[in-house]
Design a protein around this ligand. Structure first.
Ligand code: BES
Ligand code: ZN
Length: 863
């Protein structure tokens, strides 16, 4: 069944400059739900207060709703009309009124998973950004904050558990097998933070005592049978609550904090006040079914949504252009938390890898936008790596420029000054300026300009004194042909390779288009450690000899910079090779050997450092991406390193794996390194390797090793491959999250027949378009498989366009998220580019295409 409730609308562009304060506020709302899977009746009573000077009608946004009855101040009311999907109520010259509207919705038919929908027999909501208007008529903008009272009635057997935001203040039973509950949230909140859940759920309960001594009841609600897999999420929640008190001085503010896990969810999770709703994949974890990466995902997302209670809920966004105010800041907060809970350098490496994989390409393509966009057609399309991950980097740069104490003074001022308000990015920067006593005038350009800045460096010497010249350029992006230089913190150091004095870690603030940095006296050209810790989200152009990079990979005292040096060495080699020049394997092999042998006691760091750059990242360095050459050369280097260090890799695997229940950073690091060893050995093509990998698969006592071995086998065509896939399927066919992995490893495969395999997997009885996790596990993994997606005959492009066309009527948000890979056509040869454009055109030619997909496809086509 598809969802026909939101009919296609011609694209309307919303501009940030058009912001006007709301003419009506809604201080109180009472909602009354009569719950049913096919019909839920919603009674809404909004007490409205006019803020405009002159009489003006009340506009209540709707999406697919019909008003069944309208009352004003208790009387039936006729002075209303529809304007498109919206309800306009004429209130004459009233300044106050209680407006009641009744509607009915069909949650089971809601395949978009926005608003109130059914998932596995339970009812749940997703309202951010504009889903509340699919439940009832409402201004549905984040600068309208209300106190909510929510009453819900439903069948006791179908919906034994009834949850909403805040506290449950009353409940009771009807005499018809129904029961009801009344919830009240004392904190005014925007409609996007409203939530309701009704269903047959079990709970893992715990509690947390806040720094002021208040006891908070914690509950994680899941389907019966899943409660044993909620322990890690619960621990993450308690750790997050303690961390936000310790690091930001922020305490939780209700007596109850509930989390519900649902299996059909468009995103990762949602921070509804007091009632977070999560995709099951970010709640459920046990060693048999979740990898170490999954565990880290649970911890990070639980923290992220919890942290929103202050950065998002207590202080919310004035309008959706300010989205990075809550998302960028909250990502920065969850990154810092995860760094504190595990290995900080490894966390930084992972975060930078994600930024380069997801955000840099976005910033370099047709969908580039500033972290605070100027316009949009569909806001759902702007929950992007730019708003989130570049947004987090902008906050991180301010933290670096201010230092920990002044940054904390800035955040204290921000939270205290704007508590209970709908704020702007400008408010945040101003609090940083005042709290941190710094002038951020130029820094504000980071909010205005899209595009990844490029720093071009040259080193020069004059009478033994060395200097570094930095030229900063910001590339043109759609709608922004000219750019100005931006203020940024650049951490550098310079080493005398023969053991003389070095320039220790130094923080330079760049502001100009060109800038000279004095490094001091060195006997010979110093080895330069640049952008240490990735202090600024930029691309650095700086030619360094392989020997210098290898030296830094071994000797730099900043672990991130050591990682970068080795990655740069690999990258230079691979880019040259893919462009047809001879590959310099020996220098890379030496550096990898050194890193591996000098591994000391940090296997996690070593594993990250010796991993080859991804195919996509190699492509990003080329004038024209050649996916086949990149795959060939990367595999060749992998095989060379695999063979040269064969004994080392075998020794790593011959050692005993730590027990899967050991989740210490060290144990995780050991498992990660074992996974890397598997990949290097498999690349060699040595005859006994498939059997060895299969042995790891069979002996694995947990999912990290099991999945690593399965993914390794999936690249080849051994008998062990088929056997392992079959065993895995039989064992986990009833566990949707693990079955997702089965689809995923096959879509990631480097086999030449992967496009065909994905076609067939889409026909598999366990595949369905109605579950976003399943769609992402097959097609999302596939678009990340560069050589397969860009197969020369265009079959990969057709596959994704067919998916978008099939998915758009049912779930436009998830469909639109599959389009950006097709928009990278400018980076490829003319034959591929033409086929990619043709698929975008084919998508756009579909009648009734959603606003989400229309915006992404039409912008992608412009290039
Ligand atoms: N507020 C978002 C959830 C959301 C995203 C709602 C998009 C509507 C549209 C939530 O806080 C969030 O950011 N979730 C992330 C995970 C997070 C750890 C980055 C997500 O769902 O991917
Ligand atoms: Zn968020």
């Amino acid at each position: 069944m598809t969802d026909a409730s939101s009919s296609p609308v011609p694209p309307v562009t919303i501009h940030r400059s058009d912001y006007r304060p709301p003419e009506w506020q809604v201080p109180d709302i009472a909602l009354d739900f009569a719950l049913g899977l096919d019909t839920t009746r919603v009674g809404a009573a909004l007490s409205v207060v006019r803020h405009a000077d002159a009489p003006t009608p009340l506009t209540l946004r709707g999406d697919g709703l019909t008003p069944l009855a309208v009352c004003v101040d208790g009387e039936s009311w006729n002075d209303w009309h529809m304007e498109g999907a919206d309800l306009i109520v004429d209130l004459g010259d009233r300044t106050h009124a209680v407006v009641e509207v009744d509607t009915a919705i069909d949650p089971a038919a809601n395949t978009q998973l926005m608003g109130l929908y059914a998932s596995n027999g339970m009812l749940c909501t997703q309202c951010e950004a504009e889903g509340f208007r699919r439940i009832t008529f409402h201004p549905d903008r984040p600068d309208v904050l209300s106190r909510y009272k929510v009453r819900m009635t439903g069948d006791k057997t179908a919906f034994p558990i009834l949850l909403s935001n805040g506290n449950c203040i009353a409940k009771g039973e009807g005499d018809d097998g129904s029961h009801w509950a009344l919830w009240e949230d004392p904190w005014p909140k925007p409609s996007y933070l409203f939530a309701l859940v009704a269903g047959d759920l079990v709970v893992n309960r715990d509690s947390f005592t806040t720094m002021s001594g208040r006891k908070v009841e914690l509950g994680i609600w899941v389907r019966a049978g899943d409660e044993g897999r909620t322990g890690h999420a619960m621990q993450a929640l308690k750790d997050s609550m303690a961390w936000d008190e310790r690091v930001y001085g922020r305490e939780y503010d209700l007596d109850l904090f509930n989390i519900v896990a649902v299996s059909d969810f468009n995103m990762g999770a949602m921070e509804n006040k007091g009632l977070n709703i999560f995709n099951t994949r970010y709640i459920l974890a046990d060693p048999d079914t979740a990898t170490d990466l999954d565990y880290d995902g649970v911890q990070g997302v639980v923290a992220h949504e919890y942290f929103h209670n202050w950065s998002g809920n207590r202080v919310t966004c004035r309008d959706w252009f300010q989205l990075s105010l809550k998302e960028g800041f909250t990502v920065y907060r969850d990154q810092s938390f995860s760094a504190d809970m595990g290995s900080a350098p490894v966390k930084r490496i992972e975060d930078v890898r994600l930024l380069r994989a997801a955000q840099f390409p976005e910033d370099a393509g047709p969908l580039a936008h500033p972290i605070r966009p100027d316009s949009y057609q569909e806001i759902s399309n702007f929950y992007t790596a730019t708003v989130y991950n570049k947004g987090a980097e902008i906050i991180r740069m301010m933290a670096t420029l201010l230092g920990p104490q002044r940054f904390r003074a800035g955040t204290d001022l921000y939270f205290d000054r704007h508590d209970g308000e709908a704020a702007t990015c400008e408010d945040f920067v101003r609090a940083m300026e005042e709290g941190g006593a710094i002038d951020l005038t130029q820094f504000r350009r980071w909010y205005e300009q899209a595009g990844t800045p490029r720093l071009t460096l040259t080193l020069s010497e004059d009478q033994g004194q060395w200097a570094l010249d930095v030229v900063q350029t910001v590339p043109p992006t759609p709608g922004q042909p000219e750019k100005l230089p931006m203020m940024m913190p650049l951490r550098i150091a310079a080493f005398d390779r023969s053991g003389g004095a070095s320039l220790p870690d130094t923080l330079v603030t760049l502001t100009g288009a060109t800038q000279r940095i004095a490094l001091g006296a060195f006997g010979a050209r110093p080895a330069l450690s640049i952008n240490r810790g990735f202090s600024a989200p930029v691309i650095v152009d700086f030619e360094r000899a392989p020997g210098e990079l290898a030296w830094l990979a071994a000797h730099d005292d900043d672990p991130f910079a050591r990682y970068e040096a080795l990655q740069q060495l690999m990258l230079d080699t691979l880019v040259a090779a893919a462009a047809g020049n001879a590959a310099h394997h020996p220098a890379v092999i030496d550096a990898v050997t050194q890193t591996l042998r000098g591994r000391g006691d940090d296997p996690a760091f070593v594993a990250e450092a010796v991993l080859l750059p991804s195919e996509a990242f190699i492509g990003d360095q080329m004038l024209t991406v050649d996916p086949d050459a990149i795959r060939r050369e990367r595999l060749a280097l992998q095989a060379a390193i695999g063979r040269a260090l064969e004994d080392e890799w075998r020794a790593i695997l011959a050692g005993k794996a730590p027990p899967a229940t050991d989740l210490s950073p060290h144990a995780k690091g050991e498992r990660r390194l074992r996974g890397v060893a598997l990949a290097y050995l498999a690349a060699t093509g040595i005859a006994d390797i498939p059997a060895l990998v299969f042995g790891v698969f069979s002996d694995a006592d947990g999912m990290t090793e099991r999945q690593a071995a399965l993914a390794t086998l999936a690249h080849g065509d051994s008998d062990e491959r088929a056997h392992a896939l079959d065993i895995f399927y039989q064992r986990y066919r009833d566990n949707p999250l693990v079955l997702d992995k089965w689809f995923q490893v096959q879509a990631w495969s480097m086999r030449p027949d992967t496009v065909e395999a994905v076609h067939q997997l889409a026909e598999h009885p366990d595949f369905t378009l109605s579950n976003p996790n399943r769609v992402r596990s097959l097609y999302g993994a596939f678009t990340g498989n560069q050589a397969a997606f860009h197969q020369a005959d265009g079959a990969g492009y057709r596959l994704i366009a067919d998916l978008v066309i099939a998915l758009d009527p049912r779930n436009p948000q998830t469909a639109a998220r599959m389009i950006p890979p097709l928009g990278r056509w400018k980076r490829f040869d003319e034959a591929r580019a033409a086929m990619m454009r043709a698929e975008l055109e084919r998508i756009l030619a579909q009648p009734g295409l959603s606003r989400d997909t229309t915006e992404q496809a039409s912008k992608s086509l412009l290039g």
